[in-house]
Design a protein around this ligand. Sequence first.
Ligand code: FAD
Ligand code: SIN
Length: 539
Amino acid sequence: MKQIFQFDVLIIGSGVAGLACALKLDKNLSIALISKGSLVDGSSWLAQGGIAAVLDEEDSIEAHVDDTLIAGDGLCHKDTVKFVVENGQKTIRWLVDQGVLFTKDKSNKNFHLGQEGGHSFRRILHSADATGKAITRALIQKVKEASNIQIFEEHCAVDLITQEDSTTNRMKCVGSYLLNLKSSEIGLFQAKTVVLASGGASKAYLYTSNPDGASGDGIAMAWRKGCRIANMEFNQFHPTCLFNADAKSSLITEAIRGEGGILLLPNGERFMNKFHKDGELAPRDVVARAIDHEMKRIGCDCLYLDISHRESSFIRESFPNVYEECLKYGIDITKDKIPVVPAAHYTCGGVIVSKDGQTDLSNLYVIGESSFTGLHGANRMASNSLLECLVYAESSASSINYRLPEISLPFEIPQWDESRVIHSDENVVISHNWDELRRFMWDYVGIVRTKKRLLRAANRIELLQNEIQEFYKNFSISRDLIELRNLASVSQLIIKSAQQRKESRGLHYTIDFPDKSKFAKDTILVPVNFAGQEIFISS
Ligand code: FAD
Ligand code: SIN
């Protein structure tokens, strides 16, 4: 007999979005909080630079809104931007109440505000260069203290479960099948409401700053069940990840450039001023493209970031994690230039949601990096993501708290059927396809695109999809297979979206259409089984 679990709310993902949502839900609700690894295996744990909010007296909500709109290159939804930015101060107060310790300035009274690309004021709250750890740690502590939240680590969501709602005739989400990675059993998790907080999809690319689990599972699961997806062509590449054969693309925070770090060619020449008036602090898409351009022009493997002109004690105090990480590879950032390359970093597109995180499918919410709220447009501004995670955790929790009393638990959901599958003795198919997919996404759907490269990628992904589907039907599932299946789906969505955009804008640059068109339009992909609730999303 397989296990059946019942909860009021099932939250899939334990990054900042999932943790905050769990804490903001009413204490009388039973909540399951799921992570496919440990609680800290998402991108949230790795966040470095910080979280943007207007705190400086000279700064203003209007300035933060305008900077976000400019970085988003004409495609942000202005009302979403205002909504998120206006909630900045309240969000920071809540984090402080949860016990998050942000770095203070010299007076030790005010928070120290960092500077990052695209921001016209210092407005980045941070805990040295390990803000993600500071926030996640505090929220995990609170979640562990809450008696209504049950934590399931090492549980990987396979698919969402839907049923027709007899009163509205619409499809509704009623739970998920979860593979217990320790016992290999697939459990049935029923819930009145499901929240996907499962992070981004940058693992679709060979080089990424993201953790291994960033395989777009939530986006793929929602798409399979009929939710619309938007703007997947805008995958952000972070300009500065450590270049070292032994290092796993670890990030070198943009805050280093905020404190005077300069980018250099191998011959020591500075080059960013040729590409943008703000030099090293230009929006991320511009800096990543400039680095890519210079590397291809010169034919070199990496460029360099140099902060060694600042006081050694200042560098070690401000960037202790980057300092230690680089030292592991023999680079002393107080003296040496840091070899850097761009790497896939953030998924600006995702599942279309309303202001309270609702999707096209009744009782399914999506928050955090898996969602598309309209905040980031064609290019996310640094440190706006953690803010978005927290603002939507709050709005989705309020909506669930309000709606839940009307929702009853589903009944008669079939158990996962494994009767027609066998164990595979050919797992090389999975590892081969993982590698192939991530390599052609990097080569053909990367920082600079062409029609020809996208067509090649589209052909390849179709072949891979067929092979993976065949494998999925016949063999018992594993985490690798689940992730590969999802990565193939999101890669196909990225390629399709990129093919539809006949212009260059923000993070999407194609040699065949180098200009920006007059009208900015989202790329919206509608699944064949569109769930049809048509949630309202304004632009
Ligand atoms: P994540 O934190 O990625 O969490 C995803 C969760 O979902 C994990 O618990 C994972 O186990 C779970 N999950 C996924 N799939 C499944 C499944 N199938 N079944 C069960 N569980 C699943 N943004 C900023 O604003 N400021 C920064 O300074 C900053 N720095 C960054 C530095 C790095 C190195 C990276 C990679 C990103 C950074 N970002 C930053 C971006 C930001 O950290 C992320 O966008 C944000 O943390 C995403 O949070 P999330 O809660 O949506 O997802
Ligand atoms: C960084 O610290 O450079 C990452 C910030 C972000 O991705 O928002």
